[in-house]
Design a protein around this ligand. Structure first.
Ligand code: AMP
Length: 516
């Protein structure tokens, strides 16, 4: 199958060719012809399948005719996270390069005024997170009656984040005659109900079973003791043993653990960064940019923060924690083995994780192999033994492993980590506990490095953060899980971050006008 057989416009085809893509992926081949015929689509596909282009390309073809009117966007894409929204905007830049398409990005953490201006000018494409979109609507700045195409992306993640009431509300604000393109990696009952309510006679396009994982990913379980220091030690060993590791994402269940694991890896001389939902927009974008540019080898992340990251060549994924929601396992390991590349995914498992592992294996309908023996075979650690293990680990850390040199950032940090007097395990744990996370909850991080291209091209970028008191904690956030700082309808609040911290220096990339 060729792109030219799908019915896309000549300009869009030229842009696809310029992007270097020759053959459509299965979701593109199946969804694009139906989308061009203005059918509603229910796309069951995870990230990494090329699903973004499966809606961006037909939308661009459709948008070639007609013009946007002030405050009346012609199409609307709703995304669960700001990163994902920004990435979709980048796709419009990439594939819409030969067209005049006004894209407005309405995401939290950016000033309303700039976003208002973009809407006033007329947007062909509005890409928004649910809370911020509804806030604009409630301020009377946005008319939804002109929306011809609605895209709901990553619906199952919207569910996880408590956005379903917002989505229902948004759907009801749009004209009945619109076309709806709806994407979800999995189909829990709440999502099925939503599709029954808001899609009209949809074409169902399923590229892989919701619970399936890419065949190109080699998956392994790694037995570990449950204590954090033991898990960190296990993680370091496994990272060092991977000669083919070029870059990796390490997932933690809780954002506090993202921060402490990141600190620990840095201390041990690894080139690492962190990404979680409490980081402000600019810090997240910078971190991602540095990871994409290979300035960082390891990225420690929470599920929400990493959702939808488009990093084409991640060689490894490590699950520092077994995910509590089995579906997250699929999303996490889907960060590697993308677009036909091979990848490796290692999941650290302690005895207490058994029920979560069982749920994952049940969902996958297969057993995942252990790397070096089942966790049940692991001896119970003696307190003294754990200390020796720790010291042993440090000895290894200061050795001259080739893997290590590939993952360390620089001499001085490495030197200090290695020459420091050994601490006891207890001291080590106490020290980690005392350390403030690099990016504490609700702190504002000033990014000092280059911004991603999409931001740099539109350099008046704005970043702001929400006063913590405005965000009502959801059950997940209360438990320390990373929900991106949102909580149900509180999403509007948490998206709505009044400017503090950066003053005049704040950047904004809410609207991207592509070339002519
Ligand atoms: P997505 O599932 O939309 O996150 O896309 C995953 C990755 O596949 C992105 O890096 C895309 O740039 C890439 N991609 C999209 N379409 C194609 C294609 N037809 N051939 C090869 N790679 C593609």
């Amino acid at each position: 199958m060729l792109f030219s057989e799908l019915g896309l416009s000549a300009k869009v085809l030229a842009a696809v060719e310029a992007a270097g893509y020759t053959e459509p992926t299965p979701i593109q081949a199946e969804a694009i012809p139906h989308a061009l015929q203005r059918r509603d689509i229910l796309g069951i596909a995870q990230t990494g399948t090329g699903k973004t282009a499966s809606f961006v390309l037909p939308m661009l073809t459709h948008l070639e005719k007609g013009r946007a009117r002030a405050r009346m966007p012609r199409t609307l894409i709703v995304e669960p996270t700001r990163e994902l929204a920004a990435q979709v905007a980048e796709n419009f830049v990439k594939y819409g390069k030969d067209q005049r398409v006004n894209v407005a990005l309405l995401i939290g953490g950016m000033s309303f005024d700039e976003q208002d201006k973009k809407i006033d000018r007329g947007a062909d494409v509005l890409i928004a997170t649910p809370g911020r979109l509804l806030d604009h609507f409630e301020r009377g700045k946005l008319l939804m009656t002109g929306v011809e195409i609605l895209v709901i992306d990553e619906a199952d993640r919207m569910l996880d984040m408590g956005f379903i009431p917002d989505i229902e509300r948004i759907c009801k604000l749009l004209p009945f005659t619109r076309q709806t393109l709806f994407f979800s990696a999995t189909m829990p009952p709440e999502i099925t109900r939503l599709t029954e309510q808001f899609l009209q006679n949809p074409v169902r396009v399923e590229v892989a079973k919701a619970s399936s994982t890419a065949l190109t990913i080699e998956q392994k379980l790694v037995a570990t003791q449950k204590e954090d220091y033991a898990k960190r030690e296990t993680l370091r060993k496994i990272i060092r043993s991977q000669d083919d590791l070029t870059n990796a994402i390490i997932f933690c269940n809780r954002k506090i653990d993202v921060a402490s694991l990141f600190r620990s890896l840095e201390k041990h001389g690894f080139s690492a960064g962190a990404l979680h939902g409490d980081m402000d927009q600019r810090a997240r974008m910078t971190m991602l940019h540095n990871f994409r540019e290979n300035k960082l080898t390891l990225l420690v992340a929470s599920d929400v923060a990493a959702r939808g990251l488009d990093i084409p060549a991640v060689s490894h994924v490590f699950n520092f924690d077994v995910p509590i929601h089995a579906e997250d396992y699929v999303h996490r390991i889907g960060r590697t083995g993308r677009a036909g590349r091979s990848g490796k995914a290692f999941t650290l498992v302690s005895r207490t994780d058994k029920k979560y592992l069982d749920a994952i294996e049940k969902m996958l309908n297969t057993k995942i192999d252990w790397l070096d023996g089942n966790v049940e075979e692991l001896p119970e650690p003696e307190p003294g033994e754990a200390r020796e293990e720790k010291r042993g680990g440090r000895k290894t850390a200061s050795g001259s492993s080739s893997r290590r040199s590939a993952t360390t950032r620089g001499g001085s940090r490495r030197g200090s980590a290695e020459t420091r007097e050994p601490r006891t395990v207890e001291q080590e744990i106490a020290a980690l506990g005392d350390e403030q996370p690099e990016v504490p909850a609700a702190a504002f991080v000033v990014a000092t490095e280059d911004l991603p291209a999409v931001v740099a091209d539109h350099a008046d970028v704005e970043v702001a953060a929400v006063p913590p008191s405005r965000v009502a904690p959801s059950p997940r956030s209360r438990a320390g899980y990373d929900n991106g700082g949102r909580s149900g309808r509180g999403s509007a609040q948490s998206d709505d971050r009044s400017p503090v911290g950066f003053g005049e220096e704040i950047p904004a990339f809410m609207t991207i006008s592509t070339g002519f």
